[in-house]
Design a protein around this ligand. Sequence first.
Ligand SMILES: [Fe+2]
Ligand SMILES: [Fe+2]
Length: 219
Amino acid sequence: MPSANENSQIMRIHLSNNANIAPNTAQITNSPLRFATPIEWVDTVMADFDTFLQDHAAAEKKASSMAMSMISHYPDRIVLVEAMAELAVEELNHFREVLKWLHKRDIQLTADNKDHYVIAMRKHMRNGSDVYLLDRLLIGGIIEARGCERFGMVAEALPTGDLQDFYRAITDSEEKHYQLFIHLAHQYFAVDIVNERLNTLLDVEAEITADLIISAALH
Ligand SMILES: [Fe+2]
Ligand SMILES: [Fe+2]
């Protein structure tokens, strides 16, 4: 059964409204990331935008699936279930929007490629029910923060127009998703435990990202 505290916060999670983030949430206005994506990455993306769009579509689809898998794994965590249900819908909506851009350009979806960044991050999820939940939430959040950084770079590189507006909206959305995962971590774990593990995982993520091969893909 959820705690009274958990129940009292159920209605406070709304992906589309920062004002509803609970007071103990780490309020992130600047990127928490510790490795800045090199400009060569966005140059590579802009040189092969069709391929990037295909990869972006796959990433949104996987993000929605990930949210649904959290629901399956933690059916008794009411705050988490509600938040992940909203997130799954929002990510699927992103997928649908990217799909429209693909089809406007007469491009099809491709089979999903392995995402080496996500695979490398997931290797840092520890065994044990509590720490596994904490790591899933924090790694989920960091992946959102990286998406926010990179979609923001794409938005800046695009010419003024509907596609730029779309990527600006996606950037804002992924920042909120980062905040949501951090909020959930604080929902279930003490502040010092969250902060210590987040600190470690941000270092890990910086190393993983620095080693990525640059391609016209999100990671
Ligand atoms: Fe998304
Ligand atoms: Fe997201």
